[in-house]
Write a new protein. Sequence first.
Lengths: 269, 413, 123
Amino acid sequence: MSAVHACNLTLGASLRGVSFDLPLGSCTAVLGPNGAGKSTLMGLLAGVLAADAGSVSCLGPISYLPEGMPLDAGLRVRDALAVVRRLPGWEPRVADPLLTAFDLPLPRRMDALSQGQRVRLGVALTLGRRARTYLLDDPFLGLDPMVQVHVERAIADRAAASTVVLACQHAAAAERLCDHLLLLRGNGLQWCAPVDAWRERFRRIRIRGAVDAVHGLGELALHVERRGTTLEALLDDPACVAEARLRIAGAVVEPLPLPLDELLMAVAA
Amino acid sequence: MAEHGTLLTFPSARSARAADPDALRSEAPLEVRVSPPEFAPISGLQSLRLGAELALLSRWQFMLAMVLSSLLALPGLLGAQAWAQQSAQGVIGLLVCSFGVIRGIDGRSRDRKFWAGLGAAPASFELGVVLVDLLFMTVVTGVAWVLSPGDPIFLLLGGGAAAAGYGMGSATRSAARSEAGRAGLLIAMLIVAAGCALVAFLASYGNFITGVMMQFGFMAAAGLGARVLLSGLSPESSAGRGRQRWTWLTCAGAGMLVVPLQFAQGVPESTTTLHKEEVLLFPDRDPFAGKQLWRTTEGGGVERLGVRGMIGVAGWGPHRSMMIHRTSLPRMVGILLKADDAGQAQRLMVGGLASRLGLITANGQHLECDEALLVGDTRFDADGMGAVHVLSTGEVWRLDGDGCREISLEEAP
Amino acid sequence: MKPPDPSSGVPLYRQVARALQEDIAAGVLKPGDAVPSLREASAALRINVHTVAKAWQELEREGALVRERGGPYRVGQVAEAAEDLLRTDIDQLLDRAGLMGLDDETVLGLLVGAMDERQRETA
């Protein structure tokens, strides 16, 4: 059963023909360069933007954190909290630890808050409510690492019993928290798959010895870099044939760690 | 080296297998229990309350200042001069009008997407915001009205203009991103509306003030209706997002509606009893009525008198003749009619402003003075074909088939 | 337990499983103790709940964790001791040496050299 479903979703020039399905209970990271349409996609999923074409459905009730958490400039933190607390679905179990950790200035108005403080308030208001689908548009925007820890904990807690879609720039956190990756590029969908599928498909290796064998790999090697007498190669090798071929040619192959942000950069290049 | 990027446009067979949710389940056979939350969704009424509450919470200082400004009318209650009362009303009218305009064009905040994302119904939310703003405009005008003993014409106009400015200001929201752009657009829209009002009301409508109030009503209803309805379609529309630009602007046409509406005008319903059998119909309060004067005939029909213009009042004489007064601002003039016991002599008091004296003779002919004359006593000829008007200054004017002219007292019949 | 590092090259679930084994080896958790629930561990480590589930299932297969029907995971009686953990590390070290083309004697020489170095430092 799918919790989030998009079919041929199109909105102006910001998003073109995007289709995907996210299973119930999954946690998906929406990644992509700035301007790739991440926020547009999140707005469409949340139903606050209307699509030109295509259809979208999202299992409700949802809880949506818009990018940068825009609230009315004259609203005070205390009042915003009081209003949301009274709405159905508020859960102090999750919200209170977050609010304690965030230490928000209650009497301040929205226009007197920093970007990070606004996002913190947004995270507390969004994750503090019980929902079936959480749509979080950059919950780490402007947060320092100490605060980010609390936000990640709350997201992991919600992901254990709900569907989460998380748009962010923080690849390491995305990889830890999420089990699906959705990559947007050039306002279209490039790939949407479980994290494990990404890891199986893309690997980075160090090659010693018969380094010339790398020329025989053709399109399996996305990127090759010479380091002294060795070569480092980024493989797009879903069938695991490249390493076998290199070994047959007499090369020594050693796996290397591949952080997600490096992979994304290589893929987007 | 491989061509990057193009490789990833479609997943490999193995990736596709891995992307299959069932395949994922077999690798990680964990059942995540996602049970539907057991609370009710936010209802329309709750959304409305939420919008109203947030509008109050985020603008309470501004609104408080507005309400306090209505106390400017207090000196009027304490017996200040008439000019002081009128100026205070004018200031309050201007303030409430700017309140409406500011709240109308102030649509930069993109908070609607948060509240809609939380489950609030966007149209109800927007309606809540609009109702609070309208309530405050009403409160300011109402308090000032209660405190003003005189004619609250400036308050009425200010309140109406506030609602219209609020509606039309809302209508500019998607057409310009900055407040300055919206203000410019709003000014353009108001100029067009004012032009239409001048054309329509000076040319054909009977009552300028009620007509303008009606026009204000159209503008407010169109702008705010569009705002609430479009919010239902796309919650971000009141922050100028979304592509309903022309839908928003078409409601600006409401200001021009007064022009075609004149074709719907008919016989006015406001009446003044003349003689026992006759009734004069004059367009005092009915904005749809034309400027013509009408009177009922003895046979029960309706007869149109050949008079157009800003008709303030009519007096009456014998033989179905009558006096009429035309002023530029009918509601600004306090007029008193009196008849003596015989019903032959009338005293017309036209407060403050001069008016044009006119006579409708017994045979239905319309005569009018070119000069504006001040208050005085008017005495009809016995045959109903002429009248003498004696001003308080001692001047005597004669109006009959030969025209309107000043005469000496001795010449008077 | 510290959160796992996705960029290290070791699968996240292996890192989590390993971290729990370390706790068992250090005596933080004793046989029969309940380990954190999936949800607790997921929030504490800031990782996906599926990753924790996979780690716990892996440990259950190896016998380090046991679970009665519907109950919580508990530390098993045959949980790996510190030596077993080290054996896994040595296995990995030997694999790596093999990839680099080093023979067993060289590896042994390096180990003995490193131990001597430490003894000199402590002395």
